[in-house]
Ligand binder design. Sequence first.
Ligand code: SAM
Length: 301
Amino acid sequence: MTPALRNLEMTILGLGFLGLAWGKNKLHGYTTPNRVEKSDEEGKVAYLIDIFASLRRFLPPHVDLRGRDVLELSPGASRGNGVLFLALGARSYHAIDVFDLADGEDSAVYDKLLDRFLEGREADRDRARTIARTPDAREFGYAVGRDFDIPRLAQGRSFDLIVSCAAFEHYDNPAQAIAGLTQVARPGCDSVHIIDLQTHSRWIRERDPNNIYRYPETIYRLFRFPGQPNRQRPADYVRSFEAEGWSDIRFVPSRTIGSTLREASLRGLAAPFADRDDMSILDGALTARYPGPRGSWEAAS
Ligand SMILES: C[S@@+](CC[C@H](N)C(=O)[O-])C[C@H]1O[C@@H](n2cnc3c(N)ncnc32)[C@H](O)[C@@H]1O
């Protein structure tokens, strides 16, 4: 097949997938934050341990979680990361989301997680277990709001570490979310955000990972639904963090398009994306630090 024909084929197929994602959302709303079935507890535990390891991999080496207050944006179906932060000595964990996906989560999952996660001190793991079992514990918070007003949903808290995974690409207005998280960041706060930049629909993602970037904004937005990938690229996120005064901002790619698909994936993209030099990045992590001496919040509080 000629390259031009392949582009055409992927563009037409991709439209079908955009329509399917839109239709699924209209019928069921935002229900499946990841590929683990709700009933699959083992799968959930394995997924959480993997995500937590990824987040930690991107933390600056000097970061000590002990005594820290952690915010997770958009945890999806589980606050398991929070249990693991507490198990490593964090003072508190708070999660904020726009959809109420983790409400009523069975605390048995937290026990299973802690049975598997044997790092840190036993006393901290015991404390994590107790806190996670205590209804409405302030050290293990969860707040949901469709406006995603981060300062309001933080309920008076401020944080030393702010993390998210597979969340930023879903935000309607990432710059506004970054402005919001900046308001609750203490001086010296670290931020780690794992961001999935590629097409989300499963079949086409494997064959044409940049498919969502083939469409002009007007066409793409015809299929808009809450949580539709926003098509921001690493440089866009970096600019928004810079605008809010963050420093040491880096986007570290985790995966790029493999050699067999690369050429075809970079060809035939819509105007805003065709000339960018970062279009082979599939996902990665943005890390940043809010200026101020680390630990200064202790003196201030
Ligand atoms: C793919 S899930 C990731 C969930 C979890 N962090 C994980 O790794 O499994 C995307 C998350 O973004 C949230 N989200 C989706 N659309 C959003 C929006 N427009 N504004 C804010 N959050 C949104 C969802 O509620 C969900 O928690």
